[in-house]
Design a protein. Structure first.
Length: 107
């Protein structure tokens, strides 16, 4: 919890220094290949913020779809969640394997 807060504070400080060092720098921002949709003399820190916001907007639907897929998989018959099968995927034997129970066919 504290490491997450510390990381957030450090990232805000880095962002603040980036903003202060680039206040005078300007660039042109194009939405499309043509020159119809161009913003001229936009501060650099605003273009970086816009790119970050666009990335977050693209990541949100992916996260939402992954949550829906996980709920559908859990509802389909895995009552312990998606983590219950991790040991079997890696080739680990479960505690109830035939060798541990001492059943007559195990060598």
């Amino acid at each position: 919890m504290y490491l997450r807060l510390l990381g957030f504070i450090i990232s805000l400080v880095v962002f603040m220094f980036f903003t202060l060092l680039n206040l005078e720098n300007r660039c042109d921002f194009k939405f499309w290949v043509t020159d119809d949709a161009v913003f001229r003399n936009v501060p650099v820190y605003l273009t970086v913020f816009a790119a970050f916001a666009a990335g977050m907007l693209c990541a949100f639907p992916v996260m939402f779809l992954m949550q829906l897929r996980k709920k559908k998989r859990d509802k389909a018959g895995n009552p312990l969640g998606s983590h219950a099968m991790e040991g079997k995927k890696k080739g680990k034997k479960s505690r109830n394997s035939e060798e541990e129970l001492g059943t007559p066919g195990a060598s």
